[in-house]
Design a protein around this ligand. Structure first.
Ligand SMILES: Cc1cc2nc3c(=O)[nH]c(=O)nc-3n(C[C@H](O)[C@H](O)[C@H](O)COP(=O)(O)OP(=O)(O)OC[C@H]3O[C@@H](n4cnc5c(N)ncnc54)[C@H](O)[C@@H]3O)c2cc1C
Length: 474
């Protein structure tokens, strides 16, 4: 291993910061927002059950047929409510991004997929059984009856089939076999699966019949969720792109296969982007315009320009070095909580590997710390194998941070983020940064490597709330 301490601190001597006794104000504000959103989510489930029970549902458990039917209705209502929560989590609403960050919102979105599917499958199975018992026919005859005599049932079955397809393609093992664009296209069918199931909800049974409170409640829910998706996923990105008129200003080579792209536009301060955030970019050039990709800001955004640094890993990113000056760029964002807003502690440790250095570089520019209270750890295979290291060195000198480059290959078959000899010598993050427990740790790099840094920090006693990471995958 090579532990190369590049930068000596300049400016005032290192400040010995006392351990924080009360949480950072930004953290408290964020937690209040996160708690409110979580309460809203649980309340939405409680409300749909309460409306069903209050609307005479509580009395409908007397016979086995009624009990199956009532449980089926509750499963359907809760399952649909969770589906709407999932859609809202993916709608990129600013309060959700501010409270949880994109990564965590998508992790919750993903974790709700299976429960929502099981509830909808349970809804179908329980209702078929309940109706079959009431009509004294077998379940197959009942399915046929439902399909042919109940209004809007074929559409409801189509919705169920689409939902099964979306959830299966989202399982990690299946998802990995798809190109991102193909997977994304299949995933968009989730919107259709909810849409085609709405008519049967309104036309079958009495719960949502004309004049019932439940009908208006559900219609309001659908309108609110559709509105949020239309506004935040489509209208806002389009209007922002038109308003800020971003174009490529320059493309600078950073290393073989890595470029920094500077973009200029109008009133960029109004975007209210901050260091560490990412945008989803669409470059209007031949072969690129039909796909959009997430890239993080690699320097602090300013009124004059935004900069990203891209490593060519696939078909689109490898074409970016050929971008011409003046190429139009549209975008969604800014997104993410890999920012100052996630702060809980007075010190910072920034840990990057590979192209993960991009958001770390921009964070270093603006994240708050007293001179001597920040450490930047740059992990690479070899000392020459790092990006933006000169810029990091200068920034560290100006801001009074310490830069350490940790070079060397990871050992095979051992789960560590460190080079083989360091891992063997029992070096840990806490040994490298003794002030770790008083620090917010920002980590960005490949997924398994990031997971290993997080495990090391947790093993060293760092609370979860002080660990922040951005994963460069989906
Ligand atoms: C929040 C975030 C921030 C990122 N920031 C940077 C950055 O600053 N610099 C940088 O070089 N890379 C960054 N990436 C990774 C970058 O988005 C992918 O390398 C890029 O999309 C690859 O596209 P491609 O068509 O060239 O390659 P492909 O051949 O399509 O894919 C190469 C790899 O990128 C993944 N990928 C492709 N499209 C997407 C997508 N839309 N969303 C997520 N992953 C995708 C694929 O799963 C695959 O692992 C970031 C990713 C995320 C999720």
């Amino acid at each position: 291993m090579s532990l190369d301490t590049r930068t000596t601190r300049t400016g005032p001597a290192a400040v010995k910061t006392p351990r924080a006794t009360s949480p950072h104000p930004a953290y408290q504000k964020r937690m209040r927002l996160a708690d409110s959103l979580q309460i809203l989510c649980v309340a939405s489930v409680a409300i749909v059950i309460a409306i069903f029970l209050a609307d005479g549902g509580a009395a409908k458990f007397a016979t086995p047929a009624d009990a199956f039917t009532s449980l089926g209705i509750i499963a359907g209502l809760v399952g649909t409510d969770l589906l709407l929560v999932m859609l809202v989590l993916a709608a990129r609403l600013p309060p959700i991004d501010r409270a949880f960050g994109h990564d965590q919102a998508m992790a919750v979105h993903q974790s709700l997929g299976k429960p929502a599917l099981y509830l909808i499958l349970g809804h179908a199975a329980l209702l078929i059984t309940g109706y079959a018992l009431a009509e004294n026919v077998n379940v197959f005859a009942e399915v046929w009856n439902m399909f042919t005599s109940l209004p809007d049932m074929p559409l409801a079955f189509l919705g169920l089939a689409l939902m099964i397809g979306v959830v299966i393609t989202s399982l990690v093992v299946v998802r990995r076999k798809f190109r991102y664009e193909a997977w994304h296209a299949v995933h968009l069918l989730a919107y259709l699966s909810v849409l085609v199931a709405i008519p049967h909800q309104l036309s079958v049974g009495n719960l949502l019949s004309e004049g019932a409170i439940a009908r208006y409640y559900w219609l309001a829910l659908y309108v609110a969720v559709a509105g949020a998706i239309i506004v935040f996923r489509f209208l806002l990105p389009v209007t922002r792109s038109l308003r800020h008129r971003l174009v490529v200003d320059r493309v600078d080579a950073v290393a073989p296969g890595v470029v920094s792209i500077t973009l200029t536009g109008h009133q960029l301060d109004k975007l209210r982007a901050t260091s560490g955030q990412f945008f989803v970019w669409r470059f209007w050039a031949n072969g690129l315009w039909w796909q959009a990709h997430p890239f993080s800001l690699s320097s602090a955004p300013s009124e004059r320009g935004l900069r990203i640094t891209v490593r060519g890993l696939g078909d689109a990113s490898q074409q970016l070095p050929q971008l011409k000056r003046g190429t139009r760029v549209s975008f969604e964002g800014p997104y993410g909580l890999f920012t100052e807003n996630a702060r809980t502690s007075p010190r910072v440790v920034l840990v990057a590997a590979g192209i993960g250095v991009a958001p770390i570089r921009s964070l270093l520019e603006t994240v708050s710390f007293a001179p001597g209270n920040a450490t930047v750890l740059l992990r690479s295979h070899s000392l020459g194998d790092t990006y933006l290291v000169d810029e990091l060195t200068d920034l560290c000198r100006v801001r009074g941070a310490e830069l350490r480059i940790i070079a060397g290959k990871r050992p095979k078959g051992v789960s560590t983020w460190l080079p083989a000899d360091a891992a063997r010598a029992g070096i840990t993050l806490r040994k490298i940064v003794p002030e770790l427990l008083d620090s917010d740790i920002y980590i960005c790099g490949p997924r398994p490597w990031t997971d290993a840094v997080v495990r090391d920090a947790r093993a060293g006693g760092v609370p979860k709330k002080q660990i922040h990471y951005e994963r460069f995958d989906w």
